[in-house]
Design a protein around this ligand. Structure first.
Ligand SMILES: C[S@@+](CC[C@H](N)C(=O)[O-])C[C@H]1O[C@@H](n2cnc3c(N)ncnc32)[C@H](O)[C@@H]1O
Length: 200
């Protein structure tokens, strides 16, 4: 399974945002909704081989992490508003139990942040997308079982980078310019798709 994590530094971990003003009321959950689409949705269908983690660090309910498994999810639609509606429902249904708890088929919520994701990725090689790091094209990165971590519009905090590196994550660069997180995810997916396609 390919795993893609986006850390939303201010993204609300509760459903208390307005769908009609998502960017202005949710700590930029719109960025994470677009990342979810870029990581999981194909032109026609879902990437069944991909699991996405949205780490939500904003508001009093934080930290929380929403996990979406492509293998088991249904009814995911590409529109940003549909993604946001889904996240609102998922966050409203989340309880206080420890660990990832499924609230819809293939969609689970944990009342925890980066540590819970790293725990869930045990056994996978970890990579953190950082501007200026060694180019992914020069690295031997497995297309199918890596766990990749991205920042949101604010980038990754030093603490998060340190935690990931301590867990063994390798830094990867995705080209010479800093692009939006959703675009960085699309670039990575394309690189990995090409490698997968080349594999015998
Ligand atoms: C909009 S960028 C973050 C910009 C933020 N102002 C900063 O300086 O970190 C969002 C995320 O996409 C990823 N990213 C964007 N461009 C990249 C690149 N050229 N190489 C590797 N990762 C990149 C990184 O994970 C980054 O945290």
């Amino acid at each position: 399974v390919r795993r893609i994590t986006i850390i939303g530094r201010r993204a609300l971990a509760s459903p208390d945002f307005l769908l009609q003003d998502l960017a202005g009321t949710s700590g930029r959950l719109d960025v994470l909704a677009r990342c979810l689409r870029a990581a999981l949705l194909l032109s026609h269908g879902l990437r069944r081989d991909t699991t996405v983690y949205l780490v939500l660090l904003g508001g009093p309910q934080a930290p929380r992490t929403v996990r979406v498994e492509g293998a088991r999810s249904r009814f995911l639609r590409p529109e940003e508003r549909a993604m946001a509606t889904l996240l609102k429902k998922v966050l409203a249904a989340a309880g206080d139990e420890p660990g990832f708890v499924e609230v819809k088929p293939g969609i689970a919520v944990a009342n925890a942040g980066l540590d819970a994701v790293i725990g869930d990725c045990a056994g996978s090689p970890l990579y953190v997308a950082l501007e200026g790091a060694e180019d992914v094209r020069d690295l031997d990165v497995a297309p199918d079982d890596g766990a990749f971590f991205f920042g949101d519009h604010l980038g990754l905090e030093d603490d998060a980078i340190a935690t990931l590196k301590q867990a063994g994550a390798r830094a990867i660069g995705l080209g010479p310019v800093s692009v939006h997180a959703e675009d960085a995810i699309a670039i990575l997916a394309n690189e990995l798709d090409r490698r997968g396609a080349r594999a015998p």
